[in-house]
Design a protein around this ligand. Structure first.
Ligand SMILES: [Zn+2]
Length: 123
């Protein structure tokens, strides 16, 4: 369950940045080579977000394509997956240059006005 540990980091990072406010949306960039199952990550995220500032937030997962640079010919190409193979010479000595990302790109926080509406507006 490697999605669970990813979700754990995401919730921790988002909570830290929220600084007491509620998080409504989390944008996540995940490299293709991380082999994350989005549905599984979303499930873990919802589970862990429960009872935190991130509860109910929408998780948006953007997949970053894999890319590699060939050590033999220097060509850089987009990769389908592992093993990496140079698109130009077919060599397998390819250095990963993209697709290993795993980061919280941005957060959307609830406006503070939302918290100030309790009381005083009764009919
Ligand atoms: Zn090559």
């Amino acid at each position: 369950m490697h999605e669970l540990s990813i979700a754990e980091s995401v919730v921790r990072i988002a909570s830290a940045h929220a600084a007491g406010r509620r998080v409504t949306r989390v944008d996540l960039r995940v490299g293709h080579l991380r082999q994350v199952v989005p549905a599984s990550l979303e499930f873990s995220f919802e589970l862990l977000a429960d009872g935190t500032a991130v509860e109910g937030a929408e998780l948006v997962i953007e997949t970053v394509p894999a890319a590699g640079r060939c050590r033999a010919c220097g060509d850089e190409s987009e990769q389908e997956g592992l093993p990496l193979r140079c698109a130009r010479c077919g060599g397998l000595d390819v250095e990963v240059t993209g697709g290993e990302e795993l980061l919280v790109d941005s957060l959307e926080l609830e406006e503070e006005t939302e918290l100030a509406t309790t009381g005083g507006t009764g009919t």
